[in-house]
Structure formats: C-alpha cells, structure tokens
Design a protein around this ligand. Structure first.
Ligand code: SF4
Length: 109
C-alpha cells in the first residue's frame, strides 16, 4: 500500500523516482516540443534516440545509416524513406534519418 508522507502527497516522476511538488509543477509547466524537428532535437539533447527513445550508442560514431536494421522503402516519385526494421508499422512517424546517431540496438549490416 502506498503511504502518504506527513508533509503532503508523494509525487513520483515517470521513472518512479520521488520528486518534490515544486519539481513536479516545474515539469508540468515545461513546454512539450510542438514539431517533429523540435522533438528530435530535444530527444538528442537528452541522450536518447529520436525514433525509439532508446539510449544512444555513446561515442561510437555509428549512425542509423550504417545499421543492419535500417531498411529502405521505395516510395513513388523516386522518393526513398528509411525505416528501422525493429519498429512495426508505417507512416511518417516511423521514418528514421540516416544521419541520426545510432541507438543501443545497432548491429553490423
Ligand atoms: S536499431 Fe539501427 S536503424 Fe533502428 S533506430 Fe537503432 S540504430 Fe537506427
């Protein structure tokens, strides 16, 4: 059973770590990225992969472009879209960029 401390409610962040109410309010006020470009920049700044949110393969120099999971969808009008084979589904939200730094699931092609 969850116990409420004498000073107030116990607040936990999304990872289950207890934080103060002030920290929770500050997190709530933070603006969420409103565009895909902003989301990509925010995730990379946090050290996670823009596509799947996994940690980046630190200082390896590898990218999605040289990963064995990268696959290429040939679209109409001579367009190519790059996808990660580990992510099911389709559509723009599942696109990856070959220049993005690799995540920890990177494998040799
Ligand atoms: S598994 Fe490979 S292609 Fe998929 S996101 Fe990670 S590095 Fe990119």
């Amino acid at each position: 059973m969850h116990r409420v401390p004498a000073g107030g409610c116990a607040v936990k962040d999304m990872f289950g770590v207890e934080i103060t109410e002030e920290q929770a309010l500050a997190m709530k006020k933070q603006k969420r990225p409103t565009s895909r470009k902003a989301m990509v920049a925010a995730r990379q700044a946090r050290g996670v992969h823009p596509h799947n949110g996994l940690p980046l393969l630190a200082a390896s120099g590898h990218t999605c472009g040289d990963c064995g999971h990268k696959r290429e969808d040939l679209g109409g009008y001579s367009r190519h879209w790059y996808k990660c084979a580990l992510t099911p589904g389709g559509g723009p939200a599942t696109d990856i960029r070959v220049r993005w730094p690799a995540c920890v699931k990177w494998i040799v092609p």
